[in-house]
Ligand binder design. Structure first.
Ligand SMILES: Cc1cc2nc3c(=O)[nH]c(=O)nc-3n(C[C@H](O)[C@H](O)[C@H](O)COP(=O)(O)OP(=O)(O)OC[C@H]3O[C@@H](n4cnc5c(N)ncnc54)[C@H](O)[C@@H]3O)c2cc1C
Length: 377
């Protein structure tokens, strides 16, 4: 079986790992050049993402990913300014109910991405932009790229995120809708706020602060093991650039309604303006943020859709459903399930279209939420 995956994001790479373990011929085509963009800073990985990584990655890769997470996160803290002191005034459980996060751990996203890529040099082709496909009478799919080249596969998987070109051609009635909401996100080295008491106050838990109409979400990523040491012991083949500069940090987000903010400097200034009424420690976090990481994200949604007939073309992750704050977990879960299905088909235990159909049924049942959304760069 030959499988072509479009997109080297979390879902596409997790799928490639599982297919490779099954001995299936897989190629991933990624539009970005070189090794691509780092694609974000941190990711809350819950039981779904963790199970997918354990099942799909070789054991050394899985151990490296696990060793470099932050501590366990079980609840979200509510913070308030009480007579000048930043204080925990309540907690919300991380129970996955009503869109709340499930328990999990934070991972450093660029590091996880490099772990996923380690050893896939012959599988991932960077600088390859997918443009369209043709399904042929013999069941195969012809896949076309912007440079004029074309490849043939038994299965084409669209894993290229919210703007999926595979989805637009395959399911043209399905539309990603911009909800008009924006979010400014940033990260700040933990050392910049080390003396403020904040790291001890929130520990490993995500936290949300509200003052008047201003809201700020934040969380600390403290690596449970130093990434440099973990690499030496667990995965020396990992690109050393993924670990040398890795240090503990605070991730934060501020909702915004502005349509456009323009240059990175104006995004940083807008974040400082939004934080102006917050407690001085929260203002310091925003002021000391790494400027090249501060970015505006759009919030979008893909409404749930009726079932379609299975074929040799399928989709996973943000290409077909969006979820606030846990889309990465769903993308890795899809990749895990689709990988199992294709391995069963390759091993002769299921016919190919039944395997893809069963994967899609489960994905439609479990991954669409009534209010689905995504923050996208
Ligand atoms: C700031 C931020 C924070 C987030 N935090 C979390 C979190 O804590 N937990 C969580 O679970 N989720 C989180 N998410 C959501 C998560 O990032 C996404 O749901 C996840 O990345 C989706 O993975 P994917 O593989 O489906 O797509 P993507 O990660 O979007 O990857 C798609 C890939 O396809 C490539 N591509 C696009 N078009 C083409 C083309 N035509 N040809 C070839 N390649 C193409 C892109 O360059 C990209 O590499 C967050 C998102 C953002 C933006």
């Amino acid at each position: 079986m030959i499988v072509i995956v479009i997109g080297a994001g979390l879902g596409g790479l997790t799928l490639a790992r599982r297919l490779r373990r099954a001995g299936i011929d897989v190629a991933v085509y990624e539009r970005d050049g070189a090794r691509g963009r780092p694609q974000g800073v941190s990711l809350h990985v819950d039981d779904r993402g963790a199970a997918a990584l354990r099942a799909c990655l070789p054991s050394a890769h899985a151990a490296m990913a696990e060793a470099t997470t932050g501590g366990q996160r079980e609840q979200t803290l509510e913070l308030s300014d009480v007579e000048g002191e930043l204080t925990v005034v309540g907690t919300r459980p991380s129970d996955g109910v009503d869109g709340r996060a499930r328990p999990g751990r934070q991972v450093h996203r660029p590091l996880l991405r490099e772990v996923l890529l380690t050893g896939l040099d012959d599988v991932v082709r960077f600088g390859a932009e997918f443009t369209r496909f043709e399904q042929r009478a013999d069941g195969t799919v012809r896949v076309f790229f912007a440079d004029g080249s074309a490849e043939t596969a038994d299965v084409l998987v669209g894993a290229e995120g919210i703007g999926s070109v595979v989805r637009r051609q395959y399911l043209p009635d399905v539309r990603a809708v911009d909800k008009g909401r924006r979010m400014i996100m940033g990260a700040t080295p933990l050392r910049a706020v080390a003396g403020t008491g904040l790291p001890a106050l929130i520990g490993d838990s995500p936290a949300a602060a509200r003052v008047g109409g201003t809201f700020m979400a934040l969380g600390v990523l403290r690596f449970t093991r130093r990434p440099v040491t973990a690499r030496q012991e667990l995965l020396p083949a990992l690109n050393s650039r993924a670990v040398v500069d890795a240090e503990d940090y605070v991730m934060w987000a501020l909702p915004d309604m502005r349509e456009r903010l323009g240059s990175p400097a104006s995004v940083s200034q807008r974040a400082r303006d939004l934080a102006a009424d917050l407690h001085p420690v929260l203002r310091l976090i925003v002021a000391e943020a790494w400027p090249d990481i501060t970015a505006t994200l759009r919030i979008g949604t893909i409404p749930p859709m009726p079932a379609w007939s299975a074929s040799s073309v399928t989709l996973l992750g943000d290409a077909i459903h969006l979820a606030p704050g846990f889309g990465g977990n769903l993308a890795m879960q899809d990749a895990h399930r689709l990988g199992e299905a294709l391995a069963a088909a390759d091993g002769g235990r299921l016919d190919l279209l039944s395997a893809i159909g069963a994967y899609e049924d489960t994905m439609r049942r479990t991954s669409f939420t009534p209010v689905a959304a995504k923050a996208s760069a």
